[in-house]
Design a protein. Sequence first.
Length: 340
Amino acid sequence: MEKFLVKRRKIDDDGGSTGGGTPSSSNSSSSGTPPRIIMSLNANSIKLRCERGEIKSIAAFMKRSSVQGLLIQETRIKTEDKPAVEKAIIAAIRAEGLGEFRMYWSSHPSKRYSGTAFIVHSSHAPKSVRFGFNKLADPAIKYPQAPPLADIYIISLQACKTLKLRETEGRIIIADYDVCSIVNVYVPNCGWDAPPRARRDAWDRRMISVVQALERKNKPVLLMGDLNVCHLDLDVSHPDFFAAARKPRTQMKPGEIPAEAGQPGELHPESRRLTWGFGPSCESGLYAGKGMGLDYGLVSRSLWSQQAVIRSEVCGASGAFGSDHCAVFIEIDWSKGRLM
């Protein structure tokens, strides 16, 4: 994978659902042609974006940029929220004259900081959709045991003993096409302490094994979303601060975090790489004036080497869509990069 800075439909029944658009039933026909222009956004609650009218700004951007597929992370909605949310999204899309879109949702059993959605123009609906790693992940990669009630993500799932349930929190949607697979992912935060990091390491290795399994079908893969990682120093505003913050908090002494480099809010010239750290929630506290690049697109090497990636960029001014994240945008020529 390279870093830069998607007949009849079958729906796997592991927490996901379809909705919105016309038609939306699981036996609708699809061209199987993937969207060429794709946008990804951690919405920080798609319900809030709809209630506050910010979904209209998202739809307007989709029109200006000819977006055909929208990947959303951190939807934070319950099943009963979906009708109102879908209605607002459909109204915003139709108001921009964008045509009919289909929606695929993968949600946590309760309202939490998770959930993903794939909103795609009907002419680019996938041939099949999977919600979760399913049987694609390497079974040899196991999650370490989680102490009882120690993880915020599983407290309400009392019978859970391992973090494998992270994979049923609505964090993954895999859309399959004839020529590629598009994976929308919201990777769990690794936390500050060693046990959560060990579980995150298992997640990452299982996710890599899923991508490798998809590539073995001789189709390139786009893995896109909030990966909850800063790949390089360029992906943070204050490298010294974040380097110190890698240590577990229990081992960090007062005053050990170095003073921030520059004035609050002053970012590197490469700030175009930063996708998180905006909005009211980031104006005070530990991360005030700081930013991170947490949102990425990863493509199979064949797409990169054959110059199938036409353009990729961070889009939307900070907070333009109401989220604390910026959106990321990619255009891919899927006629190139076919694996042999």
